[in-house]
Design a protein around this ligand. Structure first.
Ligand code: FE2
Ligand code: FE2
Length: 149
């Protein structure tokens, strides 16, 4: 049994880690860029979908943090727009790397908001059953996404 917050925080760490690795790549490192960015994009998709459909509604209900959750959804939209823009750019270009750095900065802010504002309250207000049930539902989705690539 794993608390959903722990799983979401693990994702935050690994996405941040991959994004900072991308920041160190040169244009010639196309294969590495493609591998890291592909991993970030699929991790974020499963993560943000689950937050929006399942975790945020439950956290909002439990904490009453309506504004915080609304801002979170807005920040997800910005991240998705950046992901789409990045996907259209040439991976060997500096423009591509600069956009990835914009995404990293936007996510830093978003992750800090979640971990410092929403999560401490939702950890306290959601029941252990709710946290663990979301944790196992989420783990299933992650495993499925990994299996289908
Ligand atoms: Fe998150
Ligand atoms: Fe989020």
């Amino acid at each position: 049994m794993t608390d959903i917050h722990d799983l979401l925080e693990q994702d935050h760490r690994s996405v941040k880690n991959d994004l900072s690795k991308i920041g160190l790549t040169e244009g010639e490192g196309k294969t590495e860029r493609a591998m890291l960015f592909g991993r970030v994009r699929s991790a974020l998709k499963v993560h943000m979908d689950f937050e929006e459909k399942t975790f945020y509604p439950a956290a909002r209900e439990a904490t009453g943090m309506v504004d915080q959750v609304r801002d979170g959804v807005q920040e997800h939209r910005e991240a998705k727009d950046l992901l789409a823009e990045i996907s259209d750019l040439d991976q060997a270009s500096n423009e591509w790397r600069d956009k990835v750095n914009d995404l990293a900065a936007a996510l830093d802010h978003h992750i800090r908001d979640e971990e410092e504002k929403l999560f401490p309250r939702s950890r306290e207000k959601l029941t252990a059953d709710q946290k663990n049930a979301m944790g196992s539902d989420y783990q299933k989705l992650v495993d499925e996404a990994e299996a289908t690539g």
